[in-house]
Design a binder for this molecule. Sequence first.
Ligand SMILES: [Zn+2]
Length: 344
Amino acid sequence: MNNHQIPRAVQWFVSSPQYTLLKTWGSSIYQEEEGIEAFVSLFPDRYSADVLAENSKRYNLENAYSCVKDYFSRQYGYQLSSELISNFNRMLNSLQNSGEEKKFIYMDELLQLSIIYFLTTMFIWDDQKEDDRAYGICFKHILGLMNQACIFGDPPSDRMYKEILSLLNGDTHIVDLAESCFWTIITFTLAHEAAHEYMGVMNNSGQKKTSNKVKEEFAADGIAYDMVLRNIMGEGNTPFRLENFTYLAPMMYMDFFDLYYYTDRVLYKKYVMMGDHPTPTDRKNALFKIVQDDKYDFDTEDGNDLYNCFLNSYDLYKDELLLKEQRGKLKAATFTERRNRMDE
Ligand SMILES: [Zn+2]
């Protein structure tokens, strides 16, 4: 079944996530072999198909989730029972559900694709901001990502991703940085959803009460970030290791959502209703408080530098979007009718 024509389902799915539908309705658009081929042709001196295949055996969703399971068992003596599902349903989202059918964690491929594309482009933009051509291309790509993938649910195309990667002229340093941050964000997100399962069970058994949903979101973030930071510090016996320079990647994840909502405001004057979720900025501030704790002890210098580079691009995008909007230069990229139809 093809559900590419029903973006409105996004809202429906979120309000009523159902195991069978999420698992069987969408179809995966992830193509490992084609991806490996494209990477080898773009970076022939750096990557071979064997190395990339080997790498994806180590860094993949299942291993990230195993690592999360291991953390809950070590830290809380709790065995997670949610099944992990990843599929393409045009949702920029992940969720945990303990409904009637089965406990599961769902993470949409749109979210995964968007994050890796976002990180790569943001890092390239800062690196090449003095080059007018690269600057223009990076702005166009972040705008396209926010406008098409985030707002409308259209996945970024291979062609777009290749255009961005070609700016690197064969240098893979930035690809490696983005990839490492990507896995930290994925692990953080899975741990956040797993924390919902854990807290749900604790609430039902009366051991621990979280009084409202906003509080539960902050608590889930707190558990997830603790998991990420402990992995970075080398805790647990796992080959799935997150790099210490990625320790602020969860902040980049919050900034990603912040830029999405910002773009929606500037282009369509829409204000995303957070409902029972705190804003990305509130979540980010709460994460900063957590990491200040002395119990998290590791080298943060490279991570701070990387986040500062990211923030340069973040500011460039915000300023540039507003400036172009005020000068009426975004008309070709504004699809007001389509956007209004989504709210009907
Ligand atoms: Zn949550």
